[in-house]
Ligand binder design. Structure first.
Ligand SMILES: Nc1ncnc2c1ncn2[C@@H]1O[C@H](COP(=O)(O)OP(=O)(O)OP(=O)(O)O)[C@@H](O)[C@H]1O
Length: 240
């Protein structure tokens, strides 16, 4: 990555209404450079919706989101500001892995010469010419992550990127997250895998009922509880 530490993501009193329901309520969160922040919350809490709003896919009904100091809508090349992997199925069924990434690069104003490097980074070089329809879930996760890395962006958001990865994939992902943070990038990851949060997270933010109900360093969050799981369950009122 070129350039200094990024200011990351600033979410300021954001609310999001979908189909007449308030899904995210007055959420404020700062995701700083040099850290992996995990977004935790029960099924349906609003994590993916918040990530999609950060990526500019769903509109906010109130509040503001800035990425690296500016609204993403004003960025000439959004993929160079924020790398996103929000779903492991967002690929054209007629594409091979390499074709998907070349298409994404071209559409995003990124030099397609980066495609080989990101395929290598996610371990998909030998499968690059195979149709994505034949990829396993773990391979599709890797391809999605390759897309997120394509723009060499200072900020990344990943929605449950560990689902479907085998143990080598999980270890690789841990190393990748550590490297991204060590580069000074801001990384926001939604996950339900608390062991991985403990191993690779610097901070946690908990979403419950569309609200951010906790935002702390991992050790600070756990302090006074037997485990991360207990701290989380206590935070969302499931244990006392
Ligand atoms: N496009 C949409 N239109 C209407 N409601 C939606 C839409 N997208 C999400 N929702 C609703 O918003 C709520 C939050 O969904 P979201 O996917 O953000 O939860 P989540 O925290 O990511 O859950 P999970 O852990 O299960 O992935 C759910 O009740 C969901 O049904």
């Amino acid at each position: 990555m070129t350039g200094a530490l990024s200011p990351g993501i600033e979410i300021d009193r954001v609310s999001i209404r979908l189909a007449g329901r308030e899904i995210v309520r007055e959420a404020s969160l700062r995701v700083a450079g040099g850290e992996v922040t995990y977004l935790l919350g029960r099924n349906g809490a609003g994590k993916s919706t918040l990530l999609r709003a950060i990526a500019g896919i769903v509109p906010v009904s109130a509040g503001t989101i800035s990425v690296n100091g500016a609204a993403l809508a004003r960025a000439p090349r959004p993929l160079a500001q924020i790398g996103t992997h929000l779903h492991p199925d967002g690929f054209h069924s007629g594409h091979t892995g390499v074709r998907h990434l070349r298409w994404l690069a071209t559409a995003s104003g990124i030099n397609p010469a980066r495609v080989g490097a990101v395929l290598e980074a996610v371990g998909l070089t030998s499968a690059a010419d195979r149709p994505v329809t034949g990829y396993s879930l773990g391979m599709r996760q890797r391809l999605g992550i390759a897309g997120a890395l394509l723009g060499d962006a200072p900020t990344l958001i990943l929605d449950e990127p560990l689902n479907g990865l085998d143990i080598m994939g999980i270890r690789w992902m841990r190393g990748l997250l550590a490297d991204l943070a060590a580069d000074g990038r801001s990384v926001l990851v939604a996950s339900h895998l608390f062991d991985e949060v403990r191993r690779s997270g610097h901070r946690v933010a908990v979403v419950d009922g569309g609200r951010i109900v906790a935002d702390a360093g991992v050790d600070e969050f756990i302090d006074g509880h037997a485990s991360l799981e207990d701290a989380y369950l206590s935070t969302i009122g499931e244990i006392r």
